[in-house]
Structure formats: C-alpha cells, structure tokens
Design a protein around this ligand. Structure first.
Ligand SMILES: Cc1ncc(COP(=O)(O)O)c(C=O)c1O
Length: 444
C-alpha cells in the first residue's frame, strides 16, 4: 500500500528540538514517518516500513486500530477535557477499574499520569508518603540498579542507572544508591529466555541494606526486564531474591513495567510472568496503545489505605497530581484498547508467538558483528561488537540500513532492540530478522 497523497513534508527541521536524538545528525539525513496502519508505517514519500518496535515499545495492538480511533474521536466530540482535582468524570473511574482488574491481586488502586517518567516519580513519592504515614519518615533512600531506566524526571533520572543520562545532572536528588546490573555476557551470552547465571547479583541489595540500614531505605525500583538499556533479562531466581529482601526489611518494591506492561511478555504484567507481586507497579505506553499520552501507578491497597487514612478527614491525603491525570481522551483510548486486547486475545497471541520469535532471532547467531542475542516474550536484543573507537556507530548504521530496507528496528548504542506489535505474523518476524541479517552483512 502506497500513500496516495503524501502531505507531510519536512519543510523545515530546525525548530523541533528532538528528544533523545542526535539533532544535527538527524537533520542532515532525516527519517520521517507520515502514516501508520496495523504492522506498518509509511514514509511521506509512500515507502512502507514494517514496525519491529511497536513505535517505541508502546503500540501493542498495532497502529490506527479502528475501535481505538473511533473511541478517541467520539470522546473528543463529547467532552474534550475535565479537571481531575476534586471533581471527576465517569471514564476515569471505569479506566481505573479495568486496569485494577488486570493488575496482580492486592494492587487495585490506580493513579493516572501522562508518561512512564511521571509514573516513576509518582511511585517514588508514594513510597516516601507511605513510610511517613506509617510513622517511619526516616525511610528516604531510593535504590535503583545500574543500567536501569525510569524516564527522565528527577526521581527517575536519579534512580536510573544509565551513566550518560545522569552525568550532566549530578545530585538532583539526594539519597539514591544502586545495585549492579545483571548483565553478564561471559556466562550468559546467547541465553534463550531467562539466563541461568546471576541470581547472586541480588545479594548486593542485602549489602546495601546493611550499609544504609533498613530504617533509612524507602524503596527499590527495578524494571523486571530492563528494556531501554538494551534488553537485559533477569537471571533465574534473581527477582525472587530482590522481592524477598524487600519483604524482609519492609522496603517498598517498585516494578517499572512501562515496557513489560500489557502483554509484552504474554501476560498482563511481568509481575504475572515472574509470579512476583511488587508493592507499586508503574506503567504507561501500551496502557492505551499510545494513542494519547498516559501512564499509571498501580498501588497495593495497603499503601493507598495507609496514606489516605493517615490524613484528617476532609484533607487531601496525597498532594500530587497532573492537570492531565485521567484525561478523557486517554481514558477513552484505554477502554477501547483494553477491550481490543481481550477481544483479540493479544496477550495469549504474544505468548504463542514467542517461541517463533525466539528461534528466528537466535538464527542471527554467527552473523557478522553479533556478540549476544537475548529474548523474552516478544522482546529481543541483538548486541553488536562496538567498532573500535566508535561505540554506538555500528548500531546506528544497522538501524539506518534496516529503515532503508523497510523495517523499523530500535538501537541503543550497539544493541538492536525489537518489540513488535503483538499482532505480528510469522512471516513478518522472518522479514525483520532477514533485514537485520542483510544490514549487518552490509556494514563494516
Ligand atoms: C522502563 C521505563 N520506565 C520509564 C520510561 C519513561 O517513559 P516515558 O518516555 O513515557 O516518560 C520508559 C521509556 O521507555 C521505560 O522503558
């Protein structure tokens, strides 16, 4: 399918300061998308691009799905906006109920945000407010993990563990520490699914608890499966140990499920996949198929009850919120998206497709430049050997080659990341993998 009237032109590129983009490099050779449908994008000149990344890990039901489009259109024509502070609208409560029903048992209180970054910072504030409400205000330290990504707001930047994202912003927030990343290619390269080695990396949390003392630690925040830093799959037994340590010492466990939420691993949340229930769960992206910006923090009922019941009757209990929390258009998109996930059984579909995806991805073993392949559910990472003196360059070139060949693949440094919409068909998986193979064979 070709775009008949490509109306989007890059008339001028200079004004848009692009996020997480090498602006000068991009503007010298832009890659633009103008239209989307199902598994595909189209460029302004009508070239079809197969979406291997569900946009940015977010369009799980595929693009421009009719029920979602119509729900947003209808809501925009019915009520464009309603304030969320001290007044409500029915869709907000419906949306929260749907999310609560999908969440792990015991986590049934839903706070809406507009992004994954806002969800991370909201969860951190909830953890601090919870300890204060239960009479332990000294618990203020937040522990993250090296190579973790929790967005770009202050809490997420500091709790995050990607050095480049932190180095220009030292000490935005006091009282953070980090356990080491689980990445261990010497023992785990080319693992299929969860690696066998590395549960002991979780012991470092015990070391930090001893070092800081549990009475000073509010929360641990981790992605159950780290996506943005290059698809790092938790070793077998690792998350169980992290959860046990948190439980033992009264530390709030926050799972950042901005990528893993809503079917990416074939289950509603990674919490279900790993059978581990956190105290707070952050999500965004696929919550409404990314049709309208939206995120959420799902809280354990006890956290909500503790914070709410500690405040005098009639007073605002948690002084936090956003103008666009539970935006009507986002809620309408959420309800339509979640209905679509159920109607089309998309989480089960992801689970069923995962072995095909795994086999196809691992067929790249032995291809030029490939030093590791990692996968879980419908997430894959292909790590390339960095070019001497030019780290990240090979990953970027592979991304460009794939795009030119009609496949969208994400790169973070020299790691190619895949996270296709859950509607992907077997032949499309094959096409993505063959395009990557061709790209790697064509670059130095
Ligand atoms: C695990 C995780 N947390 C937080 C975020 C930030 O989300 P957003 O870009 O919506 O702020 C992301 C984004 O990719 C993410 O992967």
């Amino acid at each position: 399918m070709k775009l008949e009237n490509p109306s989007v032109q890059a008339a001028t590129l200079e004004h848009f300061w692009m996020p997480f983009t090498a602006n000068r490099q991009f503007k010298a050779a832009p890659r633009l998308l103008a239209k989307a449908d199902g598994m595909y994008y189209w460029t302004p000149d009508g070239r079809q691009v197969l979406d291997g990344t569900a946009g940015l890990w977010c369009v799980n039901a595929g693009h421009n799905r009719k029920p979602i489009v119509e729900a947003v259109q209808q809501q925009a024509a019915t009520m464009d906006y309603a304030p969320p502070f001290n007044i409500g609208h029915p869709l907000a409560f419906d949306a929260a109920t749907v999310v609560a029903n999908l969440a792990p048992s015991g986590l049934q209180r839903v706070f809406f945000t507009n992004s994954g970054s806002e969800s991370a910072d909201t969860a951190i504030k909830m953890a601090l407010a919870y300890h204060r409400a239960r009479g332990e205000p000294s618990r203020r330290i937040i522990i993250g993990r090296e190579r973790g990504y929790h967005g770009v707001n202050i809490g997420g930047t500091m709790a995050g563990g990607i050095p480049g994202n932190r180095k220009a912003f030292p000490a935005l927030m006091a009282g953070v520490d980090h356990i080491r990343s689980t990445h261990d290619p010497a023992r785990n390269a080319f693992s299929k699914g969860q690696p066998a080695h590395g549960a002991e990396f979780a012991d470092e949390l015990e070391r930090l608890v001893t070092f800081h003392d549990a009475s000073n630690i509010a929360a641990v925040i981790v992605e159950p499966m780290a996506g943005s830093a290059g698809v790092l799959i938790p070793p077998k037994g690792y998350l169980e140990k992290i959860a046990a340590t948190c439980r033992k010492h009264g530390i709030v466990l926050i799972f950042d499920e901005v990528i893993t939420g809503f079917g990416r691993l074939g289950t509603p949340f990674a919490a279900h996949y790993f059978d581990i229930t956190p105290d707070l769960l952050t999500c965004a992206k696929a919550i409404n198929n990314a049709a309208v910006p939206m995120g959420a923090v799902i809280a354990k009922n006890e956290i909500y009850d503790t914070i709410v019941n500690a405040a005098p009757e009639g007073q605002i209990e948690f002084l936090h919120g956003y103008t666009y929390s539970a935006h009507p258009l986002a809620c309408a998109a959420l309800l339509a998206t979640q209905r679509l996930y159920v109607d089309e059984q998309l989480f089960a579909r992801a689970q069923a497709m995962a072995p095909t995806f795994e086999a196809a991805l691992h067929s790249l073993r032995g291809t030029r430049h490939v030093i590791d392949i990692r996968n879980l559910g419908l997430v894959g990472g292909v790590e390339l050997e960095p070019r001497a003196g030019a780290a990240g360059r090979r990953g970027f070139e592979a991304h460009v080659k794939c795009f030119e060949a009609g496949v969208l693949v994400r790169f973070t440094g020299d790691i190619l990341a895949l996270s296709p919409p859950l509607i992907i068909a077997e032949e499309q998986i094959g096409r993505i993998v063959e395009t990557i193979r061709g790209a790697l064979n064509s670059i130095e």
